[in-house]
Write a protein that binds this ligand. Structure first.
Ligand code: FAD
Length: 290
């Protein structure tokens, strides 16, 4: 199918884009990489009267090493994040996660802001934003605000973002020195959305877990941090017993549904296996590098 007719406006600044969105009163949609929006337009799942193209706004793209954090412009392409030397140095788990996002051609166009705003339940970036305690900077004609990733993802394809708001940048706090990572995903084919995915970070102190984070995607309407699994690991060595207890908590916390790709039971089992593997990988990196 073809999209319903729309007006097309190229914004040359954040203020201009925000003004257009405000005037449109809900009839306008931002287009960034177009990788999720255009299919929805073509299927006529969305019929915005106006598309506001933000691709030509200067300064909305790029990865910067800030004080204690990394700042990623919302228009940064997936491939830029994947290949960023700053991300590789400070958040190597994120560099790796990006290789699982769709195919290279899509990663070449798709943007960080678009992925977070779209919030597919199985998308890697929302899960990584949650894992990494990201903050999103959001601008509208009324002003600006900052929202933590943990408050942003509300439900499937539903986020804390009004129709007239623009994500401008994502701030990723740096992790404590020596923090390692694990990332595990199963998709039916390379480049497909995950059937389930798990990402972890791990910081040790005196050979036991000091801080651990576990996030999952594809097994519920929105990505989740698994607080119970995180707490039960603190102060312990991450041996098989500890990893298996954490995996049980992950399975318990998942709320997968059956769809044409996999049953809920399979997804629940899978996410536990992936959690054990991701934790084991983070432990291996921590203890082999020590
Ligand atoms: C075949 C295929 C496979 C895919 N596989 C995966 C996968 O495995 N994992 C994965 O994570 N993704 C996958 N994707 C989605 C892809 O990552 C998209 O690029 C991404 O979800 C959307 O980014 P975009 O820049 O293209 O956004 P667009 O499509 O331009 O926009 C998406 C939504 O975000 C809004 N938006 C965009 N930018 C902003 C902003 N700065 N502020 C506020 N709202 C904004 C738009 O209005 C729209 O509602 C796949 C896509 C395709 C077509």
């Amino acid at each position: 199918m073809k999209p319903a007719a729309f007006d097309y406006i190229v914004a040359d600044s954040i203020d201009a884009a925000a003004a257009t969105l405000a005037q449109a009163g809900g009839a306008a949609k931002i287009i960034a990489g177009g990788q999720s929006l255009v299919p929805m337009l073509n299927f006529r799942l969305l019929r915005p009267g106006i598309l506001v193209d933000i691709n030509h706004i200067a300064g909305l793209s790029g990865v910067k090493d800030g004080n204690g954090s990394i700042v990623v412009g919302a228009l940064t392409r997936h491939f830029q994040l994947e290949t960023s030397a700053i991300i590789a140095r400070h958040l190597p788990g994120l560099s790796h996660a990006m290789t699982h996002v769709a195919h290279l051609a899509i990663r070449n166009r798709g943007t960080i802001g678009g992925s977070l705003a779209h919030a597919d339940p199985a998308a890697e970036l929302p899960m990584m934003a949650l894992l990494l305690d990201a903050e999103l900077h959001i601008v509208s004609a009324k002003g600006s605000r900052t929202v933590a990733a943990r408050d942003f993802f509300l439900d499937a394809l539903t986020v804390d973002l009004a129709e007239d708001e623009i994500i401008t940048e994502i701030v990723l706090p740096k992790l404590p020195a020596g923090t390692t990572w694990g990332f595990e995903e199963v998709a039916r084919r390379s480049g497909d959305f995950a059937l389930a995915a798990v990402a972890t970070t791990l910081t040790l102190s005196d050979g036991v877990v000091d801080q651990v984070r576990i996030a999952m995607a594809g097994v519920g309407p929105a990505p989740r941090r698994v607080g119970e699994a995180e707490s039960l690991l603190v102060g312990r060595r991450l041996d098989d017993k500890a990893a298996s207890e954490a995996a049980a908590a992950v399975r318990e916390d998942a709320s997968p549904e059956t769809d044409l790709h996999a049953s809920a039971e399979y997804r629940r089992h899978l996410v536990g296996v992936l959690a054990e593997r991701a934790l084991a990988a983070a432990w291996r990196r921590a203890t082999e590098d020590a």
